[in-house]
Design a protein around this ligand. Structure first.
Ligand code: SAH
Length: 332
């Protein structure tokens, strides 16, 4: 607005239109002079992503394949909570958004890694995913998680710029505590995230506290050993006082033996963490099998006995390939 010799308040009006109201056309921003509206449409098009595929799960979640201005495709999932208010509306609407097109981390169990990395998403492209879901459900988004495609901490600056817009009361007004970023464990990202003043939540994809197993499952983070990761988490808590959520995918015989459980319990000792066990979702071409329910129950029990707070992730949208680890950048 400054470059266009516009008064300061115009910037605020634009923020309210684009992010607060989710307006998709300058034409409808009626409190802006029409000359400015046409100038903006010409010089800075809004580039609203196109929904090229939309699938609705039996459980009510919806997966979108979105196409950006350059043709890049990415996936976003909208997940209404199962509990509803008196009007029968879901109490919460969560969006699982992507931060990159594809992913460079190549984790053995994840579909996104199989297709490689294309590019980072811009802050606007990250925010527009959330707005797309809001429009489609015609309901306010209450929670946002960076758990779609990509490694958020390899696109740190754009990620944080997007989180600020999601959190801004003039923008989407999503509370910082309702915004979660999941990382495979990029040390510089964990350190920087601790210093962000907002109460954002950090989740770490651990998947094994046994070094050889983690290296096998997550080859690109193999350089960072589990002890160093533990020290990073300790420092994270010292710096910001926020508890971290550890994600642990249970894969039959691979990371669900007693040895792995013992290693996880000792990893957690002295850390302020919460464990989120994830059932393995089907990924095409993968031979990994989910752990059986007896094993899952035993893990829940033993972790509880060891005093580690644990929950089991309610897997949603697997019938539309919209669940964790199933997102990719191609059409079906
Ligand atoms: N790159 C980040 C963000 C992705 S979050 C990260 O690694 O954390 C997606 C979550 O789903 C991660 O915890 C990931 O490990 C998990 N996931 C990947 N493949 C999965 C699968 N097949 N079944 C269940 N969860 C999976």
């Amino acid at each position: 607005m400054k470059e266009l010799d516009q008064p300061r308040f115009r910037a605020k009006q634009l923020i309210q239109w684009i992010y607060g109201k989710g307006e998709t056309s300058f034409d409808r921003m009626t409190n802006l002079p029409s000359s400015l509206r046409s100038k903006l449409a010409e010089t800075s098009p809004l580039d609203i992503p196109e929904v090229v595929e939309r699938r609705v799960s039996r459980d009510g979640s919806r997966k979108y394949v979105l196409k950006f201005a350059d043709g890049a495709l990415t996936e976003t999932v909208g997940i209404p909570s199962r509990d509803s208010n008196k009007q029968g509306e879901a109490r919460r609407l969560s969006v699982c958004f992507s931060t990159q097109v594809g992913c460079s981390m190549a984790c053995a169990f994840c579909a996104t890694g199989k297709e490689g990395f294309t590019r980072n998403l811009l802050p606007g492209e990250i925010v527009q995913q959330v707005l797309c879901v809001q429009r489609d459900f015609d309901s306010r988004v209450s929670n946002a998680v960076a758990m779609g495609q990509g490694e958020p901490f390899l696109n740190y600056d754009n990620l944080i710029a997007a989180l600020h817009i999601l959190n801004d009361p003039q923008g989407l007004n999503i509370g910082a505590r309702h915004i979660t970023v999941s990382t495979c464990g990029i040390p510089s990202g964990i350190a920087a995230f601790a210093r962000e003043p907002e109460q954002f939540t950090l989740a770490l994809s651990l998947h094994s506290a046994v070094q050889e197993t983690r290296d096998l499952l997550m080859p690109r983070v193999a350089g960072e050993n589990c002890e160093a990761l533990r020290a990073d988490l300790r420092t994270y808590y010292e710096v910001c006082g926020r508890r971290v959520s550890l994600e642990y995918l249970l894969i039959s015989k691979l990371n669900d033996t007693d040895k792995h459980l013992d290693a996880l319990i000792s990893f957690c000792r002295g850390l302020h963490v919460h464990i989120n066990l994830l059932p393995l979702n089907d990924v095409e071409g993968s031979s990994f099998k989910p752990s059986d329910s007896r094993t899952v129950n035993r893990w829940m029990e033993r972790l509880a006995r060891a005093g580690v707070e644990t929950s089991l992730r309610d897997s949603r949208g697997s019938d539309i390939d919209g669940a964790c680890g199933q997102l990719k950048s191609t059409l079906n």
